[in-house]
Design a binder for this molecule. Structure first.
Ligand code: NAD
Length: 355
């Protein structure tokens, strides 16, 4: 057996249908009295609902979270938190809203209660991101890891089916890459496999009936496990390519993840044959060589875009992205090779199956 290091994350997790109702109790548990509630402008109504639920313990709703946490937005939110004398943040929404909570925590140390309403996984990670002059910087800081996470699948019912599917495949990518991470370990391996199995089972059900409570619960459970994977071990080629595509071409985050994943997994099929065989089995197959095809077939079944061209990647995208990714590669079981990476991105550009 290979030696390994395993460090568990100290976040308290409350999971269950309707569990938003446990929020006041969870805030009390933290010893906090003045919660600043963070949302995007689109989810302000949900923030108001949370404020009503908290009564006197709500210091205010700040509905200004946007994608990628621009520094000016973070600074304005930090000022608002100080002005309202907040002693904790409740971040209710997707990765953008939780990212804003992290930006406040980084500066002030305020504890975060995260209530995720997508499958992106930020709530389980000590990773923060801040965008300054159009450049996104990310880092790790234990201060930004939420103290408590409430997973209430009921809150995901309003996430449109197509966005749910892409967001779920974004989570799937964390689990797949955790299996072959440089610092992979047996516990995270179990969680990754269970995550892949749950998401593969649940997402077609979510697309088929976005109001199906069982499918929604199973999908959020898979996303929780995927978030732990992301927060615990390093990511590889797939995440590097998606960060490059997002940063350089401004492609939508979850959609880019969904499209690239089959191709990135296929690229690693021989170098990470053991880990990817586990992924293949969790997806209903048996061999590592099938994993790209299985993921591609799942995307087809979900009816989500298959071509990077359809979400805004230009013709020159594959060559440029391959060059940028290879200039500062992440760890990957198979070394970054510019030609084959450009080839895989070209197939992804056109929406072809991995080959
Ligand atoms: P998002 O948070 O940007 O949300 C997208 C849109 O969907 C927003 O308008 C939001 O209000 C809306 N929305 C969210 N939940 C909804 C629901 N249940 N019903 C209706 N609308 C809903 O999207 P995301 O994919 O969750 O997050 C992406 C961002 O998170 C990126 O910036 C990414 O880099 C970051 N991220 C960070 C980490 C980390 O560990 N730091 C992990 C994953 C993602």
């Amino acid at each position: 057996m290979n030696p390994f290091v395993y460090q568990s994350l100290p976040t308290r997790v409350v999971f269950g249908w309707g569990k938003l109702s446990a929020l006041a109790e969870e805030i009390e548990r933290l010893g906090a009295r003045r919660a600043l509630i963070l949302t995007t402008p689109e989810q302000q109504g949900l923030g108001e609902r949370v404020a009503a639920l908290l009564g006197e313990r709500a210091a205010g709703v700040y509905p200004k979270a946007v994608m990628h946490v621009p520094l000016e937005v973070a600074q304005a939110a930090r000022i608002e938190a100080a002005r309202l004398d907040a002693d904790c943040c409740v971040a209710i929404g997707g990765g953008s809203t939780i990212g804003l909570g992290k930006a406040i925590a980084m500066d002030s140390g305020l504890p975060i209660v995260a209530i995720p309403t997508t499958y992106a996984g930020s709530e389980m990670t000590p990773i923060y991101g801040l965008t300054e002059n159009r450049l996104k910087k990310t880092g790790r800081d234990p201060k930004v890891l939420p103290k408590t996470v409430i997973y209430d699948p009921q809150l995901t019912l309003t996430l449109p089916a197509q966005i749910s599917a892409c967001s779920g495949m974004n989570a799937m990518a964390h689990a797949v890459e955790a299996l072959y991470a440089e610092d992979a370990n047996p516990i995270i391996g179990f969680m990754a496999e269970e995550s892949i199995r749950s998401l593969a089972l649940a997402l077609p059900g979510v697309v088929n009936d976005p109001n199906d409570p069982e499918a929604r619960s199973q999908a959020l459970y898979g996303a929780w496990l995927a978030g732990i994977c992301l927060g615990s071990v390093g990511m590889a080629l797939h995440h590097k390519l998606c960060h490059t595509l997002g940063g350089t071409f401004n492609l939508p985050h979850a959609q880019a993840h969904a499209i690239v994943l089959p191709h990135a997994a296929h690229y690693n099929r021989e170098a990470a044959a053991g880990p990817l065989q586990r992924a293949a089995r969790a997806l209903g197959g048996s061999e590592a060589s099938e994993v790209g095809g299985l993921l591609y077939a799942l995307n087809q079944k979900l009816g989500i875009p298959l071509a990077l061209a359809d979400i805004g990647l230009p013709e020159n995208g594959p060559a440029d992205a391959a060059q940028i990714a290879c200039a500062s590669p992440y760890y990957n079981p198979r070394p970054f090779e510019q030609g084959p990476i450009e080839a895989l991105l070209t197939r992804a550009l056109k929406g072809l199956a991995p080959a």
